[in-house]
Design a protein around this ligand. Structure first.
Ligand SMILES: C[S@@+](CC[C@H](N)C(=O)[O-])C[C@H]1O[C@@H](n2cnc3c(N)ncnc32)[C@H](O)[C@@H]1O
Length: 273
């Protein structure tokens, strides 16, 4: 793992998701590009910003990342919290294989990954923190998922998640053909209303500790431009993402409505889920 990651400052910057997060590890100009500007993925950058900073305030020994995908965030957390044990699960075999390679490449022996469908089997355990980033929109029965998460958390453990939020701000994506060209948008259900999420969590025995609108103003524009470019040609995003990613690093300082929600909820141990 590179030194600059170990010396990670308290404040997230896009370059933290740098050369170590591609297979094989990037060298030369590509490596410099990634270290300076970060991986060209606007949604991932915003998610990383909130998760990375939130976890610095919530010390933990064990963390389960449900729906970890290719393990970019999971491995970042394993690198920063190297004394903690981290397990990532996802139903996608290729994504899990990639996540494992990333962990090996960066010598992250505290990160493990396994292929598992959360809706048919949920890992047993007593995790201090469970993260669920950009996954709930793919789940058919969110209530059942929250109950499983409740059971797998330690006493007073925390659930941290990112969900798409009902908002009027998806200007470009709403009207464009880009949505049709990006297959991952088809599988997901629509966004969640704030009341819906609050009800789901409280019914499942959680108390909401923090609920922040995310992907606001300039980040909305960045995200929309990112998906539009992606739908035209994936290489285009390398040209504009240095700028777009920088906009996302200030997301929490922008005011106004967000296209997403970042939520921290605590398990109330007396509640029966
Ligand atoms: C948008 S990606 C988010 C990946 C990662 N959490 C992140 O923030 O970059 C959603 C992930 O959820 C996973 N997923 C969806 N439904 C799942 C299920 N039932 N069981 C396990 N993984 C699931 C998908 O395979 C995909 O990798």
């Amino acid at each position: 793992m590179s030194e600059y990651l170990m010396a990670a400052a308290r404040h997230y910057r896009p370059g933290l998701l740098g050369r170590d997060y591609v297979i094989p590890q990037a060298q030369g100009l590509k490596g410099c590009y990634l270290d300076w500007f970060g991986m060209p993925d606007v949604r991932l950058q915003v998610t990383a910003l909130y998760l990375y900073q939130a976890l610095l305030d919530f010390p933990f020994n064990s963390l389960l990342d449900v729906g970890c995908g290719t393990g970019t965030l999971t491995n970042l957390l394993a690198a920063v919290h190297h004394n903690s044990s981290i397990l990532g699960i996802d139903r996608d075999e290729q994504a899990i294989a990639y996540a494992k390679k990333l962990a090996d490449q960066n010598h992250l022996s505290n990160a493990r990954f396994q292929m598992q469908d959360l809706e048919s089997e949920f890992p047993a355990g007593a995790y201090d923190i469970i993260t669920c980033m950009a996954v709930l929109q793919f789940i058919h029965d969110p209530e059942a998922l929250f109950q499983n998460i409740y059971r797998a958390l330690s006493k007073d453990g925390y659930l941290m998640m990112q969900v798409p939020r009902l908002s009027k701000t998806a200007y470009l994506m709403k009207s464009s053909k880009a949505v049709k060209r990006l297959p991952e948008f088809h599988e997901a259900r629509g966004a969640f209303g704030d009341d819906e999420i609050i009800a789901l969590l409280t019914q499942s025995g959680f108390e909401i500790v923090r609920m922040q609108p995310i992907i606001k103003s300039a980040s909305i524009l960045a995200k929309e431009v990112f998906y539009l470019l992606l739908s035209i040609h994936p290489k285009l995003i390398f040209v504009l993402c240095p700028l777009l990613n920088r906009l996302t690093a200030f997301d929490e300082r922008y005011a106004g409505e967000g296209q997403g929600l970042f939520i921290i909820a605590q398990k109330i141990s007396s509640a029966a889920a």
